[in-house]
Design a binder for this molecule. Structure first.
Ligand code: F6P
Length: 535
């Protein structure tokens, strides 16, 4: 099967209206999958039985099953960095052996989990205190995978919070840390410096600022710092005592790391039991992914729908639209997960891909997005596949009528995208309003919805810790499958390096310490403008 075969198949049905697929009354069930209490409905796409069979064949030819098994078994599939990829070991709560370089990593993983949870519980119950008493606030300083995961999940699980308040600082923009620390009491604040490498310039700059802030009120600021990192040496140099350093191994990628100690802030917010439930949810998805045939495998089907729309139909972007306010950071989280993993133009063998890489992922929670960008989704000239998500039940029984409206809106949007509104329907609507002649025609045309626009819907019972674990692991494995099919390494991120290097060289230039020689004319004149306007 070639990429051209897939593109031809997509082209052949491009003008077919998806509504015709629903003439078959098995369509909805036949193109939905129920697993682990969730329903993934992809019937509102132009994928038919032939297209699905072709996509499954593509997955088979790419050896998705074999690669999946290699990943779980600890093979060094991240071969541009020479590393295994074992975030799944972090939620392997049963401790089944996972061998890396001849040794079982599981005893260390489970011991690390126990230690991190014990510290989280000590912060929660007050047996670990600040110099002014029980910890009231936790500030997690990290960026990318050391921020987005725990920040997203902490917000998502707000109904389960019974620990200190958690805040997240990521941006090197001083506004972020200044706005966060304002109003906090340094004597009862715990700062977590979360950085896999402990070299990331944004995180280290913010960490030093937080230490200076704390030292104004606290005699031993380092005593109110904890660190999460793979580098014991660097955390020690920063002054953080080893008993508050929670380590992990280089086989956990940054954007896949919230299942381990990088989840410390989340553990403090929701407690060890709820955190373990979160892990259990992810573990259940791992088991489903490993044990289920491709045709009924939720991450695989999610990936194949993505491949159909992006590589087959040529739709360059994908909107993630959670009808769940508490998932409002999920699109940002998925942007890193998907775009840092699959935004690659070179295949494993070093040669340029002969197909587009992963899509642009973006989104906002519904219903807010409806009042912002849905206009373009419904009536713009480009087709944007939409991924809706919604819980059957909220966490506010007294506000069940809100939730009813939320679900109705979610379903209405996918229905509108599917169905659209024809010119005849629009004409009738305007005639009913009293329009006639040319003006009726003109007004009607503005009210046409082309419809036949694809979407998927993921419905889950309620956003519990376990369910969130399932959902995040679902997306992780989806990204993995897409990457395998594209033939790329989803686990490195060389594309972030050049900008980091240039920022380092530009630092002294922007500080006015050195000249901008060697820079292009645009950069030079921008620097000049900035220097003229800086105090
Ligand atoms: O800049 C990319 C990146 O390396 C991400 O992959 C990572 O999640 C983030 O930076 C933060 O890295 P660290 O945890 O080492 O500070």
């Amino acid at each position: 099967m070639t990429w051209d075969d897939l593109k031809d198949a997509a082209e052949a049905v491009r003008t077919r209206h998806m509504l015709t697929l629903f003439e078959d009354d098995t369509r909805a069930d036949g193109f939905s999958l129920d697993a682990l209490g969730m329903r993934f409905d992809y019937s509102k796409t132009n994928i038919d039985a032939a297209a699905r069979a072709m996509l499954i064949e593509i997955a088979r030819e790419a050896r998705v099953e074999a690669k999946r098994d290699e990943m779980f078994a600890g093979a060094k599939i991240n071969d541009t960095e020479g590393r295994a990829v074992l975030h799944t070991a972090l939620r392997n709560l049963d401790g089944d052996p996972v061998i890396v370089d001849g040794a079982d990593v599981m005893p260390g993983v489970l011991d690390g989990l126990d230690k991190t949870v014990a510290f989280a519980e000590a912060v929660r119950d007050g047996s670990f205190t600040g110099q002014g008493g029980k910890i009231t606030d936790v500030v997690n300083i990290g960026i990318g995978g050391s921020d987005l995961g725990p920040a997203m999940a902490t917000l998502a699980l707000a109904p389960y919070h019974d620990g200190p308040r958690c805040h997240f600082v990521s941006n090197v923009d001083g506004a972020h840390i200044a706005d966060t620390l304002r109003g906090l009491d340094p004597t009862t604040t715990l700062v977590i410096v979360a950085s896999k490498t402990f070299t990331t310039i944004e995180t280290m700059t913010n960490a030093r600022t937080a230490k200076a802030w704390m030292s104004e009120k606290v005699t031993d600021p380092a005593a109110q710092f904890a660190a999460v990192s793979t580098s014991l040496e660097k955390t020690g140099d920063f002054g953080i005592a080893s008993e508050r350093v929670f380590g992990f191994e280089d086989w956990v990628g940054g954007r896949y790391s919230m299942w381990g100690p990088i989840g410390l802030a989340l553990m403090i917010a929701i407690g060890g039991d709820a955190f373990r439930a979160f892990l259990r949810g992810a573990q259940a998805m791992d088991t489903h992914f490993r044990a289920t045939k491709l045709e009924e495998n939720m991450p695989v089907l999610l990936a194949l729908v993505g491949i159909w729309h992006n590589q087959g139909c040529g739709y360059a972007t994908r909107a993630v639209l959670p009808y769940d306010q508490r998932l409002s950071r999920l699109p940002a989280y998925l942007q890193q997960l998907e775009m840092e993993s699959n935004g690659k133009r070179v295949a494993m063998d070093g040669f340029t891909l002969d197909v587009d890489s992963g899509p642009v992922v973006w989104g906002e929670p519904g219903t807010n997005g409806q009042h912002a960008f849905y206009q373009l989704i419904h009536q713009g000239t480009r087709v944007i596949p939409c991924e809706f998500m919604v819980a059957a039940e909220g966490h506010e029984p007294e506000l069940a009528h809100h939730h009813t409206l939320l679900i109705a809106n979610c379903l209405a949007q996918s229905e509108a995208l599917l169905r659209g509104r024809s010119l005849d329907e629009a004409r009738k609507m305007m005639a009913d309003k009293g329009f006639t002649g040319d003006e009726l025609e003109r007004q009607a045309r503005h009210r046409v919805f082309p419809g036949n626009r694809p979407s998927t819907t993921l419905v889950y019972p309620q956003l519990t810790p376990e369910m969130l674990g399932q959902i995040v692991a679902l997306y992780e494995h989806r990204v993995f499958v897409e990457g395998v099919i594209l033939g790329i390494n989803s686990f490195d991120q060389w594309g972030v390096e050049l900008g980091k290097e240039l920022a380092t060289s530009l630092g002294p230039v922007v500080a006015g310490e050195t000249g901008a020689e060697g820079k292009d004319a645009s950069t030079r004149t921008l620097v000049e403008f900035v220097l003229r306007h800086r105090g």
